[in-house]
Design a protein around this ligand. Structure first.
Ligand code: BG6
Length: 464
């Protein structure tokens, strides 16, 4: 029987995870160190409650149980990422057979349960061996990443048909090179631009390699956190500020990945401040000819901006904020548990923008979700009553449905995240899962939202 918000029968229902956040580093599993292992080792106090990426949700040992739970909450798709430093501990060179066996068995397990794996190659986790040689600032890292991507395609290309080159590539640029919330904690716009550029080139190289591989009918994409930028008013100065924020935080990856070139205005700004990256002669052609097949859209909150009120100090380090100020809109709806604005229509605006300005590229919502602190307080009869999460997802899905009705080429919805996991420097502060995890005992319990999403995915929609 049809429901009011009916999605197509082949819609993808699932949730997303990343290697560092769920696997645990394991013992004797041959994994090399990533920047997260290193940073935690040197500055544990930068992590919430001093908790690092050591155990997380212990997926490395519990994946069989977890795949059954993923099936029990009705998913037909599930996103993982490969840990580069698990697969190739030194970043380049020798492949770790234990990692190959683990990922191979995990993929089989998913397929055997009717769940299609979506595999992302990079979720913030640079191998430390490469970081020591410059990380994304160094062109050699682009070559190393290309080799890693080719290795992954060769090993698993016959089983995996949805690949992604990067998750939220702007985040390591912001965190590592502008605002000091990721390693290597630099504040250096010139390096930031080089890192962003090298990442875009690396993505295009992986797309090229994938398309050139024999016998694949799979698709390759990129996952971007698109944060629609809304001006305080229609006043030209506010509009200009909003456009600048959009250029820096959205179009810096969206345009090269989907259209194959950078926006002229962004190039002008970068040049004006003497930040143009070092490029190689063939890069422009490479980017133009190797755009993605599919786009993952991560959406949590909008960005609201207003015209700059104070002239920035020209002697201080350049930041995108030279072009706009943040604007706190009166009356905005908040996720008080996390401190992020909730604006459901943003998801629709993104999808319509993709339809109108990005060739209506095939897309799906690859992350959307609600982080909540101290979620245990909502336990009743042994189950977390996360009605707030159900409402959050439902209200966003209504806008996804509307965009789809209006012709947007959106094919699925993944929530962040499957089971509660460790998050970058926030550790276990904000819980996001359909499934709760007791970090002491590693016991999993499906939340109310997990039961709800099962019903939604079985009906491919919902009534109210
Ligand atoms: C997303 C990232 O942007 O935000 C995830 O892709 C992350 O990896 C999530 O876990 C939530 O972040 P936080 O800081 O609320 O735990």
């Amino acid at each position: 029987m049809a429901v009011k918000y009916q999605f197509p029968q082949d819609f993808w229902w699932g949730s997303a995870t990343s290697a560092t956040q769920i696997e645990g580093t394991g013992e004797d599993d041959g994994k090399g160190r990533s920047i997260w292992d290193h940073w935690y080792g040197t500055e544990p106090n930068r992590f919430y409650q001093n908790i690092g990426p050591g155990v997380t949700s212990d997926f490395l040992n519990k994946y069989k149980e977890d795949v059954r739970l993923i099936r029990d909450i009705g998913h037909n798709t599930f996103r993982i990422s490969f840990s580069w430093s698990r697969l190739i501990p030194g970043g380049t060179g020798e492949v770790n057979q234990k990692a190959v066996d683990f990922y191979d068995d995990l993929i089989d397990e998913l397929l055997n349960h009717g769940i299609e794996p979506f595999v992302n190659l990079y979720h913030f986790d640079m191998p430390m061996a490469l970081q020591e040689k410059g990380g994304w600032e160094a062109r050699e890292t682009v070559d190393a990443y290309e080799a890693y991507a080719k290795t992954a395609f060769k090993l698993f290309g016959d089983k995996v048909s949805k690949w992604f080159t990067f998750n939220e590539p702007i985040v390591p640029v912001e965190g590592g090179y502008l605002y000091d919330f990721h390693y290597p904690n630099k504040v250096d716009a010139k390096a930031a631009v080089q890192v962003a550029y090298n990442t875009a080139v690396a993505s295009a190289k992986a797309v090229k390699a994938f398309h050139e591989m024999d016998g694949t009918d799979g698709k390759i994409g990129i996952i971007l956190n698109l944060t629609p930028s809304y001006p305080r008013s229609r006043n030209p100065a506010d509009l200009k500020a909003s456009e600048a924020a959009d250029l820096f935080f959205n179009r810096s990856f969206l345009d090269p990945s989907v259209l194959g070139s950078y926006p002229e205005k962004l190039k002008e700004i970068v040049k004006l401040h003497g930040l143009a990256p070092t490029a190689e002669p063939d890069d422009e052609t490479l980017l133009r000819e190797n755009t993605v097949d599919i786009l993952g859209v991560n959406y949590y909150q909008p960005r609201r901006v207003k015209a700059k009120e104070h002239v920035p100090n020209p002697d201080g380090p350049f930041l995108p904020e030279w072009y706009f100020d943040a604007y706190v809109m009166p009356g905005r709806k908040m996720n008080e548990y996390r401190g992020w604005e909730i604006y459901e229509k943003g998801i629709y605006d993104i999808l319509i923008n993709l339809k109108e300005n990005y060739g209506n590229i095939e897309s799906f919502i690859s992350e959307n979700g609600m982080g909540v602190q101290n979620e245990e307080r909502f336990i009743e009869n042994g189950e977390i009553q996360d009605d707030y999460r159900i409402d959050f997802v439902k209200e966003h899905l209504k806008w996804v449905h509307r965009a789809h009705q209006e012709g947007a080429n959106v094919r699925g919805y993944h929530m962040w995240t499957t089971m509660d996991n460790w998050s970058w420097s926030n550790a276990y502060k904000n819980r996001y899962g359909f499934i709760s995890v007791d970090i002491e005992t590693q016991k999993r319990t499906i939340k109310k939202s997990g039961r709800w999403i099962k019903a939604v995915s079985e009906a491919h929609g919902f009534d109210e």
